[in-house]
Design a protein around this ligand. Structure first.
Ligand SMILES: Nc1ncnc2c1ncn2[C@@H]1O[C@H](COP(=O)(O)OP(=O)(O)OP(=O)(O)O)[C@@H](O)[C@H]1O
Ligand SMILES: [Mg+2]
Length: 312
């Protein structure tokens, strides 16, 4: 609950309280693994959950690093929610992100009239997360500036946020306030992470899942009618595996395997079919898998080999 009479806390509860909600934290890794699958349709190993939870117990932020479409963002968001029992805040990073956008800002007109005080202050997500005792997912951390990264580390290290204009220090009260960063080191046009940053985070490496896991994910995510047969599912798995090994610039992640299956399923549904066939797979393929013109040739070659039909 908000401290009665504290205008900042009251504002935070009023603006963000309802969206964040409040439930029971899940602190058992094995239960978390089960809920990730049942509630979020996410397949995550108990090892990953345990290392994330252990990092949180040590007050350390976690860095999820790996190729696109391997579940970093969704898994990060779900784990923060399970840990805190409340929805996390998501900060999608960009070069221009600074503390005014994440800690708080002053309403310009009100600040002119009444000064830089609690009345004109607008709390933003990072401060709200600390006050509401919930997690923060800092998405694509490499797109942010080094100053911004250092500011975040300082906040998580000391578990407090200072707002000099208000002459106030806000302190975390529980263990729900935790951070997960995501990053894709192969992404172009982005910054390196500093040694100081890397020293303080617990890094979890993400990669394309083994075939059996990716198969489970497809079954979990693409169910219902029209059905995907084991054979059709096998073609999807094989095609994405080969494309990852080929020299394409845009490698398909698990996200693309799922997107491809769903698009093919929808085409089959539009046609009133009861099963997804190779025709639908072939029709949906290029739109999902060839995202860059220079990849088109290799993608259609791989698809021709795997699906056994001409794909344009
Ligand atoms: N372990 C998994 N369990 C279930 N679905 C998964 C898993 N990994 C990937 N997916 C699929 O990928 C999608 C999530 O991808 P997400 O956006 O979280 O990946 P990402 O690694 O953050 O990618 P990017 O680097 O592009 O941001 C899910 O909606 C799902 O379809
Ligand atoms: Mg992501």
């Amino acid at each position: 609950m908000a401290k009665r009479g504290d205008p900042i806390e009251e504002k935070v509860y009023e603006i963000y309280g309802e969206v964040v909600g409040s439930g029971k934290p899940v602190r058992s890794p094995s239960l978390a693994v089960r809920l990730l699958e049942e509630r979020y349709k996410l397949v995550v190993s108990e090892t990953v959950v345990s290392i994330v939870y252990a990092a949180f117990m040590n007050g350390r932020p976690v860095l999820f690093e790996g190729p696109p479409g391997t579940g970093k963002t969704e898994i990060g968001e779900a784990l923060l929610e399970l840990w805190a029992g409340k929805k996390p805040f998501i900060l999608p990073c960009s070069e221009t992100y600074d503390e005014y956008k994440v800690v708080g800002d002053f309403h310009p007109v009100m600040a002119m009239r009444k000064g830089f005080n609690e009345e004109s202050f607008i709390p933003r997500p990072l401060l709200a997360a600390l006050i509401l005792d919930t997690g923060v997912l800092v998405d694509e951390i490499r797109r942010s500036s080094e100053e911004f990264q250092n500011m975040l580390l300082d906040v998580i290290d000391k578990r407090r946020i200072v707002v000099p204009e208000l002459r106030r220090v806000f302190r975390a009260r529980g263990t729900g306030f935790q951070m997960i960063f995501t990053s894709n080191p192969e992404d172009i046009a982005q910054n390196e992470l500093s040694d100081a940053f890397l020293r303080r985070v617990v890094r979890v490496r993400f990669d394309y899942p083994p075939k059996s896991v990716e198969e489970r994910i497809l079954k979990l995510r693409v169910d219902g009618e029209p059905q995907l047969s084991d054979g059709v599912r096998g073609l999807i798995l094989e095609a994405v595996r080969r494309l990852r090994e080929s020299g394409v610039a845009h490698k398909p992640g698990t996200a693309e395997a799922v997107a491809w299956a769903r698009l093919a399923q929808s085409i089959a549904r539009l046609r009133g079919k009861s099963r997804v066939g190779v025709e639908e797979l072939a029709e949906a393929a290029m739109s999902v898998l060839a995202k860059r013109p220079e990849d088109e040739e290799v993608v259609s070659e791989v698809l021709r080999e795997v699906l056994g039909v001409e794909v344009l």
